[in-house]
Ligand binder design. Structure first.
Ligand code: SAH
Ligand code: SF4
Length: 397
């Protein structure tokens, strides 16, 4: 059976801001803030000083208006407020799961829905951040992959998610100790390496010690295997890498992660072996979604071990029980199967914990994210996948 879906991005570019609209400063670097001020007519010395103050107010204090920037003289604040904004993505709905997981449905200024999830644990709190509205890759087990609308989120919308979470948790000013929000995973909607520049620029601000001040060791970027961007991700971003492997044979991976038809398993693992900064202290995580009778046999587990050894990868495996969604073509592997799979890998000396699903009751678990406005039947999903394919062919022509 031909698997519908495309293997390359066809993102819709972000629309230009309307003429006369105020310029958003959240998501800009200090240098970009300075440039924006200068462009608006502020003289060079002033712009440099103000950029420093505004940067601190935005990213350290969490200011959401110029009004509260008390270190800036009142008339200046009014001047700034006329031209600039320090906003957040709009919150459409916030839901809390029985296990404490929170999910926010957010809206961009041009009306696209996307989602963000916060997962509290005893020793940490992880924010799952989206990089795109929808995703151009149609992994067969992923709800986000069935969305029609796709555009890249820009740095203000990516950093904006982290800032919104801090607002909601009351974690301003940025403090190094005792944060609830301690970790970030780029595992929400979208393929972060298909939105490389924006993700990099946003994470730079998140990692900046004078910015949101989260260590790169506490940030993980997950990719479905965009091989040509992986080296740059290591060099220019330098966060932990997670790779959505999910299968060990060409046949099965081609089916469930169609990007595999373009960048195969061997190529992907070579890129992992070359990932800058990976070592035994900072391992690469292989994500493996457990699909009943599809990729969950003992043989699959042993092949996974063989591949990790062959490429000498400093790796750990994260086994993710498949999270179902309406119309999904797969079932969740039995608990016994997942445990056996995990044991085989553990016995080979590779860590293979089973990820406990979180927030399933509010459709916040891995691969369940999809805008509320986008609920569709299987027939519609197939039609959308066919449309995406046609778009791709058109783009390639
Ligand atoms: N696009 C990136 C990051 C977002 S997905 C990527 O694919 O890596 C985050 C993780 O959730 C990925 O490993 C993804 O494969 C997994 N996932 C997707 N759908 C899932 C589902 N229904 N159940 C369990 N995990 C799923
Ligand atoms: Fe996109 Fe990741 Fe979902 Fe695949 S698993 S469709 S790459 S979000």
């Amino acid at each position: 059976m031909a698997i519908p879906g495309l293997i390359d991005p066809v993102p819709v570019p972000r629309p230009e801001a309307e003429a006369g609209a105020r310029v958003e400063l959240v998501g800009k670097s200090k240098e970009q803030i300075r440039e924006a001020l200068a462009e608006a007519g502020m003289d060079a010395r002033q712009a440099k000083l103000r950029a420093k103050q505004i940067w601190h107010q935005i990213y350290n204090r969490g200011a959401t208006s110029f009004e509260v920037m008390s270190d800036i003289a009142k008339p200046h604040r009014a001047w700034l407020a006329e031209r600039f904004s320090v906003g957040r993505p709009e919150v459409v709905v916030e839901q809390v799961s029985t296990d404490g997981t929170r999910k926010w449905l957010l809206k961009t200024h041009d009306g696209h829905d996307f989602e963000m999830v916060f997962i509290p644990d005893a020793d940490r709190g992880t924010l799952c951040v989206s990089s795109q509205v929808g995703c151009t890759l149609n992994c067969r087990f992923c709800h986000t992959g069935t969305m029609r609308l796709v555009r890249n989120l820009d740095p203000s919308e990516i950093v904006g998610q982290v800032m919104l979470a801090r607002d909601s948790l009351g974690e301003w000013p940025s403090q190094p100790e005792g944060r609830l929000l301690s970790n970030i995973v780029m595992m929400g909607m979208g393929e972060p390496l298909y939105n490389f520049d924006n993700v990099r620029d946003a994470l730079k601000i998140v990692m900046d010690g004078d910015g949101l001040a989260l260590s790169k060791r506490r940030i993980t970027l997950s990719t479905s295997g965009v091989v040509p961007m992986m080296a740059r991700a290591g060099e220019e971003i330098g966060v932990n890498l997670a790779v959505s492997l999910h299968a060990v044979t060409k046949e099965i991976r081609d089916e469930i992660v169609p990007l595999n038809r373009k960048y195969g398993i061997e190529e992907l693992l070579e890129a992992c072996a070359a990932y800058p900064g990976a070592n035994n202290a900072r391992r690469i995580t292989f994500e493996y979604v457990m699909l009943k009778d599809k990729n969950d046999s003992d043989e699959d587990a042993r092949e996974l071990v063989r591949l990790i050894r062959k490429y000498k990868l400093p790796a750990k495996v994260n086994l993710i029980p498949f999270n179902p969604w309406p119309g999904a073509p797969y079932d969740t592997s039995t608990n016994e199967r997942v445990e056996r799979f995990s044991d085989i890998i553990f016995e080979a000396g590779i860590s293979a914990p089973i990820r406990r699903p979180r927030g399933r009751d509010i459709m916040a678990a891995c691969g369940q994210l999809k805008s509320a406005a986008e609920k569709k039947t299987r027939a519609e999903l197939d039609r959308i996948a066919a449309e995406k394919q046609a778009q791709l062919e058109q783009a390639a022509a």
